[in-house]
Write a protein that binds this ligand. Structure first.
Ligand SMILES: Cc1cc2nc3c(=O)[nH]c(=O)nc-3n(C[C@H](O)[C@H](O)[C@H](O)COP(=O)(O)O)c2cc1C
Length: 325
């Protein structure tokens, strides 16, 4: 019997449903014993969010300041053949509950030398968060063999509106009489995620324990948006700068942090409306000169599963392609 541990956190339930779909083939398989853990949070993250609470969460997310939490439901001597870590990015960083889990003694014991798959469901910016997860897995001695990242299919300009509105009101849309599509992953994206579980069921029994090759190659596990690579790097640096400053004014919810937050939010709005469009034009003009560098970056961030889609059936592939245009 092969033992698989799936650990995850979901606030609105989107990632929970993605896990349900991905894990369904494992639940059905009689040669796999699945243990699923839904993580706790170390402090209240009420949904829908208030404006201040949402942005006040940024500094501790970016600095990965969440205490270790030992998960319930795993025996002290439990061993697993595969670990699946499911999480979202919050402010370009892994969400706090997955950080709490990765800091636990249990995670250190379970992950050491074991193959790990990450499963991400977020708006569209997960590269820097995944870099942080990779570092933590390296420190724990885990081996990342696959990364599946599913992101909103609507155009980034729409999700720049729909995701915060969803977070701040609980209303997923669609908005403006359907001109701005519903926030979040589509039903098809969620149900089609069972292909990842099928790949595990098919390949895990025949794999050598030390095999580091991906199981999701060719299944459209990730798609890298070249335009977001530099933006994520710049934005993460910016979050660290302002987050560090906010932390000097007290702990989360401290009144003094609200003042800095207002200054920061005003700064952010000005940058988004002025500097970002100028940078986008400059980036476009420089494209012919940065092609090779960007291609290398895409290859790097797409690892280990890669962007290949050759194992997807053509009809599904067409639909996904249409969605990302
Ligand atoms: C505080 C907060 C910060 C977020 N920051 C990001 C982000 O940096 N990048 C991104 O793609 N999505 C971001 N999101 C959206 C989440 O990744 C995710 O899509 C959303 O929270 C729904 O996930 P869930 O239903 O599984 O909880 C953020 C959400 C929250 C609540």
């Amino acid at each position: 019997m092969l033992r698989v541990l799936a650990v995850g956190f979901s606030q609105t339930g989107q990632l929970s449903r993605l896990m349900d779909s991905t894990l369904a083939p494992l639940v059905e398989a009689d040669n796999i014993e699945l243990t699923r853990i839904d993580l706790e949070t170390h402090r209240e993250f009420p949904f829908p969010w208030s404006f201040f609470k949402f942005f006040d969460t940024m500094p501790e997310c970016v600095y990965e300041d969440a205490p270790a939490i030992e998960p319930d439901g795993i025996a002290d001597d439990a061993e697993f053949d595969l670990v699946i870590l499911s999480y979202q990015t919050w402010f370009l960083s892994p969400c706090p509950p997955i950080v709490s889990f990765l800091k636990s003694k249990m995670a250190a014991r379970i992950i050491k030398d074991k193959p790990v798959i990450t499963l991400i469901g977020c708006r569209n910016m997960w590269l820097m968060g995944q870099e942080a997860i990779k570092e933590r897995l390296d420190d724990l001695g885990g081996r990342l063999i696959d990364n599946v990242a599913l992101v909103d299919e609507a155009h980034a300009a729409y999700t720049f509106y729909s995701t915060p509105i969803w977070m701040l009101t609980g209303n997923k849309g669609p908005y403006f009489n359907g001109r701005v599509p519903k926030a979040g992953l589509t039903e098809e994206q969620i149900s089609d995620a069972s292909r990842f579980g099928e790949a595990i069921v098919k390949q895990l029994p025949d794999r050598a324990p030390e095999d580091n090759s991906p199981m999701m190659a060719g299944l459209g596990a990730v798609k890298i948006s070249p335009g977001l690579i530099a933006s994520e790097k710049v934005a993460k640096r910016n979050f660290r700068l302002w987050g560090g400053l906010m932390r000097k004014f007290g702990n989360p919810d401290a009144l003094a942090r609200k003042g800095i937050l207002i200054v920061y939010f005003t700064f952010l709005a000005i940058i988004v409306l002025t500097v970002m469009p100028i940078l986008a034009v400059i980036k476009k003009l420089l494209t012919p000169f940065t092609k090779k560098k960007v291609a290398n970056q895409i290859a790097y961030f797409a690892r280990p599963s890669g962007e290949g889609r050759e194992l997807l059936n053509t009809e599904l592939d067409d639909q996904l392609e249409k969605g990302t245009e």
